[in-house]
Design a protein around this ligand. Sequence first.
Ligand SMILES: [Zn+2]
Length: 479
Amino acid sequence: MELETIIGLEVHAQMNTKTKMFCACDNDAWGKAPNTTVCPVCMGHPGTLPVPNKAVIEKAVRSSKALKCTVNRHSHFDRKNYFYPDLPAGYQISQYKFPLASHGSVKFSITDPKTNLSEPSECRIHRLHIENDAGKLTHTAGSSLCDYNRAGTPLMEIVTEPDLRSAKAASAFVEELRRILINAGSSEADMFKGMMRFDASISLRPKGDTKLYPRVEIKNLNSFKSLEKALNYQERVLTKLWQEGKAPTGEVTVGWIDDEERTQMLRDKESAADYRYFPEPDIPPLELSDAFIASVTSAMEKLPSEMKEEYTAAGLTQAEATMLVDSEGLRTRFDTVKIVLGDAKRASSIVLTQMPGFLTKHSKALDDAPSAEALRELAEAMKSGKISTNAGKDVLEKMVSTGKSAATIIKDEGMGQVADDATLTKIITEALAANPKAVQNYKEGKTAAIGAIVGAVMKQTKGQADAAKVNALLLKLIV
Ligand SMILES: [Zn+2]
């Protein structure tokens, strides 16, 4: 029997607001001592009142738009009741029946590592809602420690439709989702800091069948690699069960044990009824006006996939386009240089090849690299013919190593003197006089002979003359 794999995901992404979701505590607890960014609200003390953070709503609306979702004009918060030591209030404030946004889609591509070919794909988004995170437990020998710094951190939960058909597709989808959230400015989505976590549901069905069979939910995966490995593992387990005629009859929840690369049964899957959802009585429903939605989404950048298409259409490779989409620092520099030079390949050579090479050579990071404005000055000097492409490369290296501006380096090094026609004409006339044989050969039709004269001029100008300009002047003078 040929089987088809059906995968759906729930993604939790921590939001990058300054303060937490319902209180004024610092939302950035990274590196801070346990239980130092807490207050009675996020500790769930009785009698405290949550106040929704406007920035959370704004950022979640932007993300919803970027995921092509409909932002619901009416949504509200619900209490999701369960007991766990990292949840001091005994409930999480989430959204249940009326989420912030629904019905979106994400376009992404699945790249075959062997052929490097990309296959376009799409996954529909079922819903996006907002909720607060729980604290963090650290289990040591004989005891467990609670750190509530993370309690109250705003989360976006993004639930997909069961549109993914392989573990590879699932990881390609979350990589694109990560790009979209970073680009929308709503999450740092730093995997190392656990800012994005996944629950994956997987089931199999006979190919051609349209109904969905009971699924296995794999909880709390926190890297692209573990997501892909866990899904591949569970797919093998399910395939074996189907082949033995023992396909699952009920939904189960499993945990992924990274060290042993296997899943472990946790419990029968809990249902919504287990959580006793009810409307959050301390927060009024969220009513979003068209004007509010328009104001927070009007200045949004293009989607990463749209940027990528534009860059490849301009002549860049997939890899170059991906580098630009993934790094705002490289992107603003590239866009600036490209506007001046009007040539994507030349801009790519300067920003994506030469500059990173010089940064590595001089042990510097992108933060220390010449700014977009500094590179604009360099590009303008090249465009105007003040310095040649070759000289531009030397100037760029000095900009990286010294931090000086292009203009200062050109002046200090005595560059950019040979661009004026009078100086060049004088040097070319001398070169013609010094190479009579080459001149004679050229006049006899051996056009390649001109190379010797160009070479002499470039040598005389220490490579600083603009080769195109030298050629043009030379052709005028040689006749
Ligand atoms: Zn607090």
